[in-house]
Design a protein around this ligand. Structure first.
Ligand code: ME8
Length: 647
């Protein structure tokens, strides 16, 4: 068993987390979960970067001590990581004593090699990067090339680190096999930067108090990046000569030492950090992997730029696994990607609700119907679908090893689509009542469900909450090893639980609508105010049995009243036949008076999950045609008995 140590950046505590921080951490978590399935001894570290001017200033603006701000943001990180199912082994804070001790030990080792000297320093300082720039690196107006904010011209006496001394060793390191900086385009950038010549680096600050004091240099504190980067080994118990077991096995052993970072901080990880380690005579990371940026309006999503996407709304509305799925499917790892709510909902509806959720529930429904609430007995060796699964598994494993997460997910979705084609070719739903076809139905359903089981096992690193639910729907336990991906793991004839929706469809219009309360009809998700956008939606094709999963019935309105405090909603009491009445809430108040509705027949969706609208529980949805944004109610051409099925 080999060790696999992986880290995220430690995040600044000057503000609460946003989608960018979530992304890196989700990627790390997905890798950690995958490597555990591969049988590696995984150790996954994340944490927070709490010193420096940025934090000092943010706390001052709030009128609180920096540690109070840090405690507040750290608790947000802890709860967010718990909500997202992040499976980290440790969370380091740079204000912890174990960290401070380790940083002092690293600084002492660098000092012992003679790589520090004191000199006067003048440069353009960006407080957001905590970094000096030369004039030619800046944007017009002396603005920071990363944050685009104005920098300050500063002059101070600093301790310098002899970075220039490590230029050749760094270049040699980049040329080692396999290249320790990835992806290759980023390795080239770093190589070019270093090859141009390195200037020594100022590693102390005379003006920043919220930092670790620089040993032997009174009045100076340690540069926040030297402090922060050290977390990767202080968290393992690096403490000078007295190193702990974790450090020994994970940092000195021959396993993987992987730093995942955004491209904004590649230089710190692929130039400064290895140079510090070389100077201190300590082992280097095996890989620094820099991913791209999440953009909004073509700009990096960032606290400093102020165009952030907060995860809370999305997670509350659609569940954390859907966010995990979206970011890993949508971003080609290494490149930039754009975040939008629309893209999020489209992906959710087409991939999760339709391809994965509907395929699973259709198969379970068919199997329960044909085999007395059980899985079919196994027949045959799987044929073409087993071959397709073997191809998908091989592609999945190869791409997971390369961190090509979107391609790994594509491979699984290709198998889902092949499964659906296989079902369409065999049409088992037409043969359920034919005893002579029972063997064929068993074979087709078993194979299709086995393919979905394989997909769900492949999804375990991505969807730690939902993938086990898909497996449970198929009557199987999640596999703890990668071998669970092999064809043949579905039991034969085991009992199947009744179908419950795993990925309920999102009403995109309702979510995106800029309305105060609810959309005209239907079940709205709880939503923040948003821009109304009409997107040309491609219709998705469904099977006839999917349509029949929706029960449409004629109902008669027995009573109607406006919902208090709502401009749009009317509460209807409807009779759906056999003397059964229920409440349905409809967003039609702009077009209809409640009294005019009494006695009228309408068409409702009768098997919709109940939903609360403005505090009133709605048990169904009234159908209406939408003309110029206004709902026009449907009714049968002539009266029919209440409860009549519409198809
Ligand atoms: O830089 N897209 O912390 P930080 C993708 N404390 N990823 C993004 C992103 C975006 N728009 N915005 C942020 C720091 N990230 C230092 C790190 S490590 C020793 C010290 C992610 O809070 C990405 O991983 O600014 C980026 O590198 C990191 O958050 C920066 O987080």
């Amino acid at each position: 068993m080999s060790s696999y140590y992986l880290t995220t950046p430690i995040y600044y505590v000057n503000d609460h987390p946003h989608i960018g921080h979530i992304y890196t951490t989700l990627v790390a978590d997905t890798i950690a979960r995958y490597r555990r399935l591969c049988g590696d001894e995984v150790y996954f570290l994340t944490g927070t970067d709490e010193h420096g001017q940025k934090i000092e200033r943010a706390a001052a603006e709030r009128g609180i001590p920096p540690i109070e701000l840090a405690d507040e943001v750290v608790s947000r990180y802890h709860s967010l990581w718990a909500e997202l199912g992040i499976s980290h082994d440790d969370f380091i804070r740079t204000t912890e004593e174990r960290h401070t001790r380790g940083v002092e030990a690293i600084v002492a080792r660098i000092a012992a090699t003679g790589d520090f000297y004191v000199s006067r320093h003048e440069g353009w300082y960006c407080a957001a990067c905590e970094n000096y720039y030369t004039e030619k690196e800046l944007l017009p107006g002396h603005r920071c090339p990363d944050h685009e904010i104005e920098t300050e011209l500063r002059s101070e006496e600093n301790v310098f680190f002899r970075l220039s001394k490590y230029q050749d060793r760094l270049l040699e390191w980049y040329d080692s096999e396999p290249c320790p900086v990835a992806p290759p385009s980023r390795a080239n950038e770093v190589r070019q930067f270093v090859a141009q010549g390195l200037r020594d680096l100022s590693v102390s600050r005379a003006t920043v108090e919220w930092a670790i004091p620089f040993p032997a240099h009174e009045g100076h504190t340690i540069y926040v990046w030297l402090d922060a980067l050290s977390n990767y080994i202080t968290a393992l118990g690096y403490d000078g000569d007295e190193v702990g077991d974790l450090y020994r096995s994970l940092w000195q052993g021959d396993g993987v030492r992987l730093h995942l970072v955004g491209k904004d901080i590649l230089r710190f990880h692929a130039v400064y950090w290895p140079a510090f380690l070389m100077s201190a005579g300590l082992p280097l990371p095996t890989t620094v992997w820099a991913h791209g940026w999440w953009l909004r309006d073509a700009q990096k999503i960032s606290k400093t730029v102020g165009n952030i996407v907060r995860p809370d709304d999305l997670m509350k509305s659609f569940g954390t696994d859907s966010l995990r799925y979206f970011v890993l499917r949508e971003m080609v790892f290494g490149q930039d990607a754009s975040f939008s709510d629309e893209a999020f909902i489209d992906r959710y509806n087409s991939d999760l609700a339709n391809d994965l959720g509907n395929t699973t529930s259709r198969l379970v429904t068919l199997s329960r119907r044909a085999f007395g609430d059980c899985l079919p007995p196994r027949r045959g060796a799987g044929g073409a679908l087993a071959t397709a699964a073997a191809t998908a598994i091989a592609e999945y494993r190869r791409t997971m090893d390369e961190f090509a997460f979107s391609r790994a997910l594509e491979a699984l979705w290709r198998l889902l689509s092949q499964t659906n084609q296989y079902l369409v070719a065999h049409e088992p739903w037409k043969k359920l009542k034919d005893p002579a076809a029972s063997g064929e139905v068993a074979e087709v359903l078993w194979n299709a469900m086995e393919a979905v089981r394989v997909v769900a096992n492949g999804l375990l690193p991505f969807l730690p909450e939902k993938a086990p639910q898909v497996l449970a729907a198929l009557g199987v336990e999640p596999g703890g090893e990668l071998s669970a991906l092999e064809w043949g793991g579905l039991p034969t004839g085991a009992e199947l639980p009744a179908v419950t929706p795993i990925f309920p469809r999102i009403d995109k219009k309702a979510y995106l609508a800029d309305a105060g309360d609810a959309p005209p009809v239907g079940k709205p998700a709880k939503k923040p105010k948003r821009q109304k956008k009409e997107a040309a939606e491609k219709p998705e094709m469904i099977q006839i049995d999917q349509f029949f999963e929706t029960q449409l019935r004629v109902a008669e309105v027995k009573a109607a009243e406006a919902v208090p405090k709502s401009k749009k909603l009317i509460k209807l009491t409807v009779d759906v036949g056999e003397d059964s009445e229920r409440t349905v809430v409809a967003g039609i108040a702009g077009q209809y008076e409640p009294e005019a509705l009494v006695g009228r027949q309408v068409v409702i969706v009768a098997n919709l999950q109940p939903a609360k609208l403005m505090g009133v529980e709605s048990n169904g949805m009234v159908l209406a045609a939408e003309a110029d944004g206004a709902p026009i109610l449907l009714r049968p051409e002539k009266p029919v008995p209440n409860g009549t099925r519409v198809k």
